[in-house]
Design a protein around this ligand. Structure first.
Ligand code: G6P
Length: 584
């Protein structure tokens, strides 16, 4: 969701900023813009559309100047339009801003500024913010004081970067990511390491409630109280520099294909031991996440209770503030998040902390906001995931949950992850049948995915992948619930995917498949064993039955990907979706 980038250095800023915005496209956006200082003027160009489109239509990358800011916007306040796109000028035209997040008290600030004579052209909270900055700058003529005074008035979650007419860049972070890339004589201010990783792997992760001022190649960091903070330069991990599609047509396919490797990299033994001990001691244990990460969270309930006899309550993050299972005092909240930046998850953590809970997190981005809020973090180590639809992060999340369970039950599981990795390779190797089947999805409007027990969260994840990538209505149904309603929907226009490996759920789920078949629906069986009820059989290798959930999602990721191609949708950037949803 929204990306900000700033550059201050000796090179032309515009091509650098455009390239950075292209690298961060995966976060999701609807409009693009740059503000560049040239001589004593700040020039702004912006429009709705893809970075490549706006680059060509407005010659974005040809704007002159060595200092500038850029933004891709994902509409929150106000429609998708040129006037609402960032950067926004202040009334004087001497200051411009790009902003992520939401200023909750923008209306009140706007009213106050209007009384002072400020005028507004857009519907955004951002334009209010830049004019508040202008007002404070007019009063103080000092950039540090201006930023301090401004942030003291703001409510909400935000990161912003401002360019002043003397070429100073200032940026502040409040619950939205902000990272500085450091190169000789140049600084990059970014929402994401991908914004500068092609240029430098030296980075300063700005702490929450800090702001930075960059002027004449000097960088100063302050906390919100105005105290000076020493910059701490770290190296961005190598894996996060690996952001190229290589020979793959799409990031999504690349990421699906990396799973034989990534399932072997998830978590390390020390982290697993530590978290298992903390969970075993926990009084009340909850687990939360959004989207795919929540589907992984649901799997923990089956694993923990079946093998480790540990009770855990999954609560979807966006529902946690309204959940009747409110977090008890001194509980333990596990969180799962690929990005570590999902606003709903961070809000759930805030609530849990109010009741003095410990926070144990499973995260892919090691320096994310969530890791800073956590007592203990386990890394997915699966490298950057660019495709909006989560794939490899899901299987890595499952591996960590398996490993924790196995540790808690004193290695009671037959956890042969090498075998799981080989099985995923086998599925990936022969995808010709899946490709062929995906072609049929061009015409259909409804798919149902059935699973029982531990396979139901996998059915949910399968339906989510199909929705995200193909825009087909896809719904997961617990197989046993068919006759309580969904059977009414079954006819010859419908496709039903049955997640049905040969384990304790097998026969019951097969019976459900037969009930559907008699209503004329087409049945796709995902199983290690064929059956005449299946119109299409997607074969998965035989493996210890505890590991089927880990491998059975892979063919459906492929099916969703190829169906997206057949339907001519963009699998990497599905419409209306953002990779990292940083607003509630
Ligand atoms: C968004 C993405 C989903 C993702 C969810 C949770 O909705 O589109 O693909 O599963 O956020 O993201 P997280 O980074 O917290 O795992």
């Amino acid at each position: 969701m929204c990306s900000i980038i700033g550059y201050s250095g000796k090179k032309d800023a515009a091509p650098i900023l455009v390239r950075s915005l292209e690298k961060m496209e995966y976060r999701g956006y609807d409009s693009v813009g740059l503000a560049i200082k040239n001589d004593s003027l700040i020039n702004v160009k912006k429009d709705i559309g893809k970075v490549s489109e706006v680059k060509h239509s407005l010659n974005l990358d040809k704007m002159p100047g060595k200092i500038g800011i850029g933004h891709t916007r994902w509409a929150t306040h106000g429609e998708v339009s040129k006037k609402n796109a960032h950067p926004h000028y202040s009334n004087s035209g001497n200051i411009a801003i790009a902003h992520n997040g939401i200023i909750e008290n923008f209306q009140q600030l706007k009213n106050e500024l209007e009384l002072d004579g400020f005028k507004f052209e857009s519907d955004t909270d951002t334009e209010v913010l830049v004019n508040l900055i202008q007002k404070n700058f007019d009063e103080t003529a000092n950039i540090k004081e201006t930023i301090s005074k401004t942030i003291s008035k703001l409510q909400g979650h935000y990161t912003f970067v401002v360019i002043f007419e003397d070429g100073t860049l200032a940026a502040a972070r409040f619950h939205e990511p902000l990272i500085i890339g450091v190169e000789k004589n140049s600084y990059y201010i970014s929402s994401d390491v991908l914004g500068f990783i092609e240029k430098t792997d030296d980075a300063i992760y700005i702490d929450n409630e800090n702001f930075v001022i960059i002027n004449d190649h000097n960088l100063d960091i302050f906390d919100f109280k105005g105290n000076s903070i020493k910059p701490n330069i770290t190296k961005v991990s190598k894996e996060f520099a690996d952001v190229y599609k290589g020979d793959y047509a799409h990031f999504t396919l690349k990421e699906i294909s990396e799973q034989p490797k990534t399932v072997l990299q998830a978590g390390n033994d020390t982290q697993i031991k530590e978290i298992s001990e903390m969970i075993s001691k926990a009084q009340d244990l909850y687990i939360t996440g959004s989207g795919t990460s929540y589907n992984a969270a649901r799997i923990s309930k089956f694993l923990f209770s079946n093998f480790a006899k540990v009770k855990i309550e999954p609560i979807i993050s966006s529902e946690l503030p309204f959940s009747p299972d409110s977090i008890e005092e001194n509980s333990t909240l596990m969180t799962i998040s690929q990005s570590g930046e999902s606003a709903d998850v961070l809000d759930a953590v805030r609530i849990a902390k109010e009741s003095n809970s410990k926070i144990l997190s499973i995260i892919n981005h090691p320096n994310s906001s969530l890791s800073q809020e956590s007592d203990l973090v386990i890394n997915l180590n699966c490298g950057p995931e660019i495709g909006v639809a989560a794939t490899k992060s899901f299987t890595s999340q499952l591996v960590i949950l398996y490993k924790i369970t196995n540790k808690m039950c004193n290695e009671c599981m037959n956890l042969d992850l090498d075998k799981a990795s080989q099985s995923i390779s086998t599925i990936l190797k022969d995808d010709s049948k899946i490709k062929k089947l995906a072609n049929d999805f061009k015409e259909i409007s409804d798919i149902y995915v059935l699973g029982r027990g531990i396979h139901f969260p996998i059915a949910k994840e399968a339906a989510l992948k199909l929705k995200e990538l193909t825009y087909i209505h896809a719904e997961a149904i617990p197989a046993g619930e068919l006759k309580h309603g969904p059977l009414a929907l079954m006819d010859s226009n419908v496709y039903v995917i049955i997640i049905n490996p040969n384990d304790s759920t097998y026969q019951d789920t097969l019976n459900s498949a037969n009930e559907i078949k008699t209503r004329g629906a087409k049945i796709i069986g995902v199983s290690n064993q064929n059956n005449e009820v299946y119109d299409f059989w997607i074969e998965i290798p035989v493996i210890d039955e505890t590991l089927y959930p880990l491998i059975e999602i892979v063919p459906i990721q492929l099916l969703a990907y190829y169906a997206a191609l057949a339907k001519n949708t963009d699998p990497d950037y599905p419409r209306n979706l953002a990779k990292s949803v940083t607003v509630e």
